[in-house]
Each structure stands twice: as C-alpha cells, then as structure tokens.
Design a protein around this ligand. Sequence first.
Ligand code: ATM
Length: 214
Amino acid sequence: MKNSGLFVAIEGVDGSGKTLQVKRVATLLKQHNHSIITTREPGGSSFGGQIREILCDPNQKLDVVSEVFLLLADRHEHYMKIISKKLKGGNIVISDRYLDSTFVYQGYAVNRDPQWIRDLLDKTQIKTPDLTIWLYLPIDDALARVEKRNSEQSLIKPCYEQVDFLTKVVKGYETLYAQNNNNSVKKIDARLPTEEVTDSIFRAIIDAWAKKNN
Ligand code: ATM
C-alpha cells in the first residue's frame, strides 16, 4: 500500500534557525531514504514568489488586511498546486513557515485576535499540517541573532520598531501554542547545539510518519 504523505510546518521567530534546520533535516531524511520536498511561505510557488516581493517591499506600506489576503492567496495556490499533490504522492513536505506565521505576525504581533484570520480560512481549502515544529527562542536571544545577521530588510514591515515587534511575535507563538491540545506541535529549544536541534526535528518527523503510516 502506498504511504500517505506527511505535512510538516516549521515555525518560529526570526533568527530561530528555521531555514538552516529545514535544509539539514531534509538531507538527513533523504539519507534515510524518505521522499522529501522542502518549500516555504511566503513564496513557495512561482506566483507566491511575486507575492513575497510585494509583501517584503517596504515602499508598499500595506494594511494588515491586505497583507492577509495576499498571504492567503499565496497559501491557497501553494497548498492546492504543490503541497496537496506532493502529499498524495506519499512525500514528506516540510514548509519553512505556514499558517501559524499568519496567526502570529498578522494577529498577535499587531494586537489583533487571530480569529478573524480563522474565519477567512473557513472559506478556503487550506489544510493544517500533520506536525508543527516550533523552534522556540526567547526574546533576548532572538534580538541578538537578528541583530547579528542584520536582517531588517527581510522583515515584511521594516517600519515596525524591532524590539517591540519581535517581542510580540515571541509572545504570540507562546499564546498560540498554549492552546495546542492535540500534541501536533513539537516545541524544540532553538538555543541547543545545531546538531541536537536537527536530531530532535528528525525524530519528531519519523515518529509522526510512523504514526500516520502504521
Ligand atoms: P522568512 O524570513 O522566515 O522567510 O519570512 C519572511 C517574513 O514573512 C517574516 N519576517 N518578518 N517580519 C515573517 C513574515 N510572514 C508573515 O508576516 N506572515 C506569514 O503568514 C508568513 C508565512 C510570513
């Protein structure tokens, strides 16, 4: 019988090491003969690449509602045309950011209850991941790492005061995942050595895969 795929999202504040860990864990999974696809949001499809450019353009100064419509358009195309197809093919799909980023960045981080985003999602065919990896980083570490790599330009809204904004992002993830009651979110301390973080993500994915396919 063909395996059903596994959909994994990796979430965390800027500087938590998501992008590096997606690459590392994908390599490890391939070495263990898993079919694996990595992707990201915003910008996982060619259409999404254009949306990412708009979202990250500081001259646009978009309102948060416009941002969400663009992000959901990106996600809908991404899910329907890429993610769901790869899952049907039995692959493990790992997305660097997904739905929870919207709840945090366009919800909690701008002082809005993310319920308004959930209401919009009900009208779409966007599905939640089987497993979410939360790379947890306290605010002081996040600020130190962001400062070190001088990543202000990658922020969707560089006009946000960074300390205040990132603090709300960190707290937003904590609030969101405090409500997780079906164990679909695995919290991993991003301050641990890189190899240990990769190993924990790898084991969480293998466990979820085994649960889904056995
Ligand atoms: P990355 O740097 O992780 O690729 O993400 C780009 C920005 O997109 C990120 N930084 N900031 N600020 C978070 C933001 N983002 C949202 O605001 N909402 C979303 O739904 C997603 C997927 C990303």
